[in-house]
Structure formats: structure tokens, C-alpha cells
Design a protein around this ligand. Structure first.
Ligand SMILES: [Zn+2]
Length: 114
């Protein structure tokens, strides 16, 4: 049983600003937005990392398709950026797989901050 913040959110134990929910995913607003639109695509089931989807690649594909749908629903027709932080060096803060969807302005080429 995992007790990370995203598991708590999808169980209703913590409040969040959800913009979308279905049986497989929640989409919430990032509490520390890095762009005018900054959403997090979170699977309801606990997955720590990409390799945990090995038996369920379709679900991982659905996450990408949902991110694209959310982008268009939030007016990001000129483009957007998806980021998955994996592990320590990847800068993952919450130990529950999630995809960052960023957009709403022209994003620069730099992904890495010191
Ligand atoms: Zn979790």
C-alpha cells in the first residue's frame, strides 16, 4: 500500500484541483506551475516508474493520448511540452508516475536548471 501524495489525492484523502477524472487517470493542476498551463497526468493505480507499465503498455499509451487531449482542451493548439521525471537524477519529487503537461507560452529550449 503506497502512501505518496498522488495515491492520497486519488483516494480522496488529500484535496487537489482536479480538471479531469476517469477510472484510470486523474489530471490535476501543479501546485507550483512552471508555465501558464501546468497539469499533471496521474494514473489512479500506483506505478513508480515507466518499467512498472511493462505488463500494461496500453495504459501508458492512454496517458500520452490523454495528455494530448488535455492540451487541446486547455487551448494549447500551438504546442506543448510533456515531461516525465524518472528517478533521483531525473528530478522526480513524488514517487508515483506522472506526466507534466506544460504550455500556454513559447517554452525555451532549456529543460535543465541548476
Ligand atoms: Zn502512489
Amino acid at each position: 500500500m503506497s502512501t505518496d501524495v498522488f495515491c492520497k489525492i486519488v483516494k480522496g484523502e488529500l484535496k487537489s484541483e482536479a480538471v479531469y477524472k476517469d477510472d484510470d487517470f486523474w489530471v490535476i493542476k501543479d501546485i507550483n506551475p512552471q508555465a501558464p498551463v501546468h497539469l499533471l497526468i496521474i494514473p489512479v493505480r500506483h506505478f513508480l516508474k515507466i518499467e512498472d507499465f511493462a505488463g500494461d503498455g496500453i495504459l501508458l499509451g492512454k496517458a500520452l493520448l490523454l495528455a494530448d487531449k488535455m492540451a487541446h482542451e486547455h487551448g494549447l493548439d500551438r504546442g506543448y511540452r510533456l515531461i516525465i521525471n524518472e528517478g533521483d537524477h531525473g528530478g522526480k519529487l513524488v514517487p508515483h508516475f506522472h506526466i507534466h503537461l506544460l504550455g500556454g507560452k513559447r517554452l525555451g529550449p532549456k529543460l535543465v536548471k541548476e
